[in-house]
Design a protein around this ligand. Structure first.
Ligand code: CMP
Length: 552
């Protein structure tokens, strides 16, 4: 769904300037007038935290912001988007731009609105597309450019623009963002159905909710995930004596949520909070009272998959920019760290200092300049090094295992902890990863039948038809079909596991493969080295029994 925002101007003015308002209104499902940038960003954040399925997620559409006065600088707005709401497909236009520029913009927005409804094509665009310099130039001198313009999210733009924008702003937070009262956004509801029984300041409720292994992030709304993450991090910051204001910590959580793809099946903000919750509980067992390290590893956990495209490292083209930039090594994990680094250096810089200082203090091998505890933890989640960690658990005695290795074990265990959750919780995650694996297979099929093109070329009708065939039926048009299915038939309580397995009979075999190939050995050896973690392997064994009984 796409929104047309009018900032300090009226519909009639737009009609006059473009003289074809009808085609504009046809492209957008709603028109929202706001008085200024503060209320624009307030509205963006309010929409983003609506309960799923959330049609106003700013990802399955391309929205446009028309600026009625030239007191705003377009580049400043693009920088705000790239730094604080990077996954939002938002285009900024000056009302008095030349009509030729309007025509070019509407043409590209129309094409990209089609593109971002095609899941497979969208993932491919995220991973590989880059906007030529010319696209950026269009903002400056508003000249017509025949290349695809700068509206849809891509990982490369996320990486390069966030870094450049942060550097230009020397990592300060602009007043437009600083003045937003995030507690108010959390407590404002469009309709009473959204109202929470436990609000932002119900700290004990959230700490209890997050303080046990039966936790399921999938049963929480985006609002509750943000509030839970807030209470964990503020408790850890207090214990570690690291300063942070309530509004800044909420800004961090809103920015993190806006940096994950809300429309991903598995690798979304729910997964980020789930991994952070598991990390927090494992730290209490393996690093008791080590508050500084616990804070850093929990931050690494909440940021460990930022901007994840819902695919995997093997699906990146060798010739693409991100493969070359990261030398085809841990492409995703390096990308996640870089993006998280940009957010933290802006919103919570003293944590970055702590992350580097602890590395030096412990003589952990600090090799590169940005080397720090958070980076090492995020890179440890790359499954291509999984066997190395199993080898450490096999070869070393408990006393020989280093603190850095314990940190890696904690975040790795948390990242795949869904298989150690109680069966009903584990089965829901299994469903979601199964859907994501299907997307990956569809993307592979797409890439085998298309040459590797970097520009977001016009989608031909046959291209769209071909994609409907490749991608699952019904997931092409709009992610609402997926969300509605997800929420109506399968994920709602009371959860019906047998209904799930009737619809997805391949799940038991997929879980047995993952448990037998990766999870069992890792958690078994982990629980031998750290007997307090025995409950993890017990849960895996019990889930395995069930999957065996269902995989005739
Ligand atoms: N329940 C599961 N079933 C199958 N694969 C899983 C499951 N949980 C995690 N994984 C895989 O483990 C990987 C851990 O790293 P990623 O999050 O990049 O991607 C994850 C999936 O590929």
């Amino acid at each position: 769904m796409s929104t047309l925002f009018l900032v300090g101007c009226h519909k009639t003015a737009v009609e006059t300037v473009t003289s074809d308002y009808q085609s504009i209104e046809k492209n957008f499902q709603r028109v929202v007038s706001v008085s200024g940038l503060h209320s624009l960003f307030h509205k963006l954040y309010q929409d983003r935290i609506q309960t799923l399925p959330n049609r106003w997620n700013y990802e399955t559409g391309v929205s446009m912001v028309i600026l009625g006065t030239d007191k705003y600088d377009i580049r400043q707005l693009v920088s705000l988007r790239d730094r604080f709401v990077p996954t939002f497909n938002l285009r900024f236009v000056m009302l008095n731009d030349p009509v030729s520029h309007w025509k070019q913009i509407l043409k590209s927005i129309k094409m990209e609105q089609k593109l971002c409804k095609l899941r497979v094509r969208r993932m491919n665009h995220w991973m590989h597309h880059h906007h030529h310099e010319a696209d950026i130039k269009v903002h400056e001198d508003c000249q017509d450019s025949d290349s695809c313009e700068y509206n849809l999210y891509t990982m490369l733009n996320h990486l390069s623009n966030a870094h450049r924008a942060n550097t230009e702003a020397n990592s300060t937070i602009p007043n437009i963002i600083n003045d937003i009262e995030f507690a108010k956004i959390l407590s404002h509801y469009d309709n009473e159905l959204e109202s929470l029984p436990h609000g932002l300041h119900d700290k004990d409720y959230y700490l209890n909710l997050f303080d046990n292994w039966n936790f399921s992030a999938l049963n929480l709304t985006t609002r509750q995930l943000i509030i839970g993450g807030f209470h964990i991090l503020s408790t850890l910051a207090e214990q570690a004596n690291i300063e942070v204001s309530e509004n800044h910590l909420l800004l961090l959580l809103f920015t993190l949520e806006a940096s994950y793809h809300q429309i991903n099946r598995f690798h979304n903000f729910k997964h980020a909070i789930d991994v952070m919750q598991a990390t927090w509980n494992l730290c209490k067992i393996l690093l008791p009272e080590n508050h500084e390290l616990t804070l850093l590893i929990c931050l690494a956990a909440i940021g460990h998959d930022i901007g994840h495209p819902g695919t995997n490292n093997s699906l990146f083209w060798d010739e693409c920019d991100l493969s070359k930039l990261f030398k085809k090594t841990s492409i995703l994990e390096n990308f996640h760290f870089q993006m998280f680094h940009e957010i933290i250096r802006t919103i919570w810089p003293n944590v970055l200092e702590l992350s580097t200082n602890i590395l030096i203090k412990n003589q952990f091998n600090k090799v590169l300049d940005d080397e720090c505890i958070i980076k090492k933890a995020i890179l440890a989640t790359d499954m291509s090094f999984h066997s190395n960690y199993v080898q450490v658990l096999t070869d070393k005695t408990r006393s020989e295992i280093t603190t850095m290795e314990i940190i890696s074990f904690i975040i790795k265990a948390a990242d795949i902890s869904n298989v150690t959750r109680p069966l009903d919780v584990s089965a829901k995650w299994a469903y979601l990863i199964t859907l994501e694996f299907k997307d990956c297979a569809n993307l592979q099929a797409y890439n085998e039948t298309h040459e590797h093109g970097f520009s977001c070329e016009e989608l031909s009708l046959e291209e769209i038809e071909k994609l409907r065939i490749i991608d699952e039926k019904g997931n092409n048009d709009d992610d609402m079909s997926f969300e509605i299915e997800l929420n109506d038939n399968i994920m709602k309580e009371p959860f019906q596991l047998l209904v799930l397995l009737e619809n997805y009979p391949m799940i038991p075999k997929g879980q047995l493969f993952f448990i037998n190939t990766f999870a069992f050995e890792f958690f078994n050896k982990l629980s031998i080295q750290f007997p307090a973690l025995k409950f993890l392997i017990d849960n895996i064994n019990s889930n395995k029994e069930y999957w065996l009984s269902k995989s005739d």
